[in-house]
Unconditional design. Structure first.
Length: 420
């Protein structure tokens, strides 16, 4: 079921949303008692709320645009991504299945096992043991769904029609994946490190997994690849993987497994759910829009491409001609650094170089600002374009079309009405 609308949601607690409890709140929102409420599957929104006239709001995520509630998918409008470090309330949500019920457990008892054909010393850790045994690190790391920007592709491709808000850069705390792997033994024939998680398949079939992806060994062994239990100094929110998730920033966020239960050290490219076929793959060679591409000609997406956002002002702003407009935003480039950001007021005919900060740490997004003034009153578009350290630029219009609409890193544009 696709639920896009809900009334009165702001009065509901976010715990209710995930737990299917909080009966009083739910009944109040529906306007009647719900005799079978105890049988309502967790995470499912009553259709009476879903079908009402207002935009669905995710409790705890005011202002996010919600695409669906089963699974939960919601993106953040660009102007709400203005914070240097993305707060939990403004981080997009991308679920492929139904999150596990975790509220009644002691998070420190959560178990992670590390195993796989190419693991020489398989073992399990509780979260408590992970925290006691390994050194802690805190890093700002950006997460972007590979399908961010999909809505702009033509012909349209299937999947969530993300605008440009399936991205964020919170601060995460945890341990390095490589420290844990060192203790568990990585065999010489290891090539891939994958995750399995505790969420369940939408069909309810417990033999199926919603998603199980991973990264080549070299990416897993980077210092920024982590197992995290905290976001912005607080326990991971339920929607973002509480109590433990993997994080390999700069790659499709689908490699950053939430509700992490198992790490697999594989002797082959991982073949879990959403690794094969067309998922998270693009044609190895460019194709004409609309082309059907055989699975064998599709390559796994690795580092995400260079991209930027204008987070201030909000598109549609009214601005006085006499004033300078101070633009702000962020830029990021997968595994690479952003080298420069440029803005244009004349549909790309000329560009002005913005002020760009260094990342706080590798794989954090970078902040940029630019002061612009307008020659006369009227309608303008401000465009922003980032270039990475290898010289790759965002395309002004669209990058290459691909069957599932991944990797749209086209320039972000906002409308500005300049008044005399
Ligand atoms: N266990 C699990 N991990 C997951 C997913 C999921 O559905 N289940 N979705 C992935 C995808 S496709 C994305 S884009 C990110 C989204 O992370 P977020 O919801 O914390 O923003 O989580 C990834 N990790
Ligand atoms: Mo994603």
């Amino acid at each position: 079921m696709k639920a896009t609308r809900q009334r009165g949601a702001t009065t509901l607690s976010r715990r209710w949303f995930l737990r299917g409890s909080g009966l009083a709140a739910m009944s109040a929102a529906v306007g009647a008692s719900i005799p079978f409420a105890h049988l309502l599957p967790k995470g499912l929104l009553p259709i009476a709320l879903a079908d009402s006239a207002e935009q669905l709001q995710l409790p705890g995520k005011p202002g996010l645009t919600v695409f669906s509630d089963r699974p939960i998918n919601a993106e953040t409008p660009a102007h709400l991504l203005d914070d240097p470090v993305t707060p939990a309330s403004r981080l997009f949500v991308r679920n492929n299945g139904v999150p596990p019920v975790t509220y009644d457990l002691d998070p420190l008892d959560w178990e992670l096992s590390v195993e796989g054909e190419a693991c020489t010393n398989p073992r399990a850790f509780t979260l408590r043991e992970l925290q006691e045994r390994f050194r802690h690190y805190t890093l700002q790391l950006q997460l972007e769904c590979a399908g961010n920007g999909r809505a702009e592709f033509y012909p349209a491709t299937s999947g969530n029609q993300w605008g440009n808000g399936a991205v964020g850069c919170p601060e995460w705390t945890g341990v390095r994946l490589k420290d844990v792997l060192a203790e568990c033994g990585v065999a010489d024939n290891a090539v891939y490190v994958a995750y399995e998680a505790a969420d369940s398949h939408l069909s309810g079939d417990s033999s199926k997994r919603p998603i199980s992806r991973g990264v080549p060994l070299h990416k897993a062994l980077e210092s920024e690849s982590m197992l995290v239990w905290a976001m912005n100094g607080a326990p991971l929110p339920e929607l973002h993987g509480y109590p433990l998730r993997m994080l390999c920033a700069g790659w499709p966020a689908s490699v950053s497994g939430k509700w992490l239960t198992r790490i697999l050290v594989r002797d082959r490219v991982h073949d879990g759910e959403k690794m094969l076929g067309q998922s998270y793959r693009v044609p190895c060679k460019p194709v004409a829009p609309g082309t059907t591409v055989a699975d064998a000609d599709m390559c796994i997406i690795e580092s995400m491409p260079v991209k930027s956002l204008i987070t201030f002002p909000k598109s549609g702003v009214q601005h006085a001609l006499a004033d300078t407009l101070q633009l702000r935003g962020h830029a990021w480039a997968g595994d690479r650094r952003v080298q420069s950001v440029h803005t244009s007021l004349d549909f790309g005919a000329s560009w002005q170089t913005a002020k760009l900060k260094k990342p706080v740490n590798r794989l954090a997004w970078q902040h940029w600002t630019a002061d612009v003034s307008f020659p006369e009153a009227g309608y303008y578009e401000v465009w922003a374009r980032a270039v990475d350290e290898a010289g790759a630029s965002q395309p002004v219009v669209l990058p290459g079309w691909n069957p599932l609409g991944y990797l749209n890193n086209a320039c972000h544009r906002i409308a500005v009405m300049v008044n005399a």
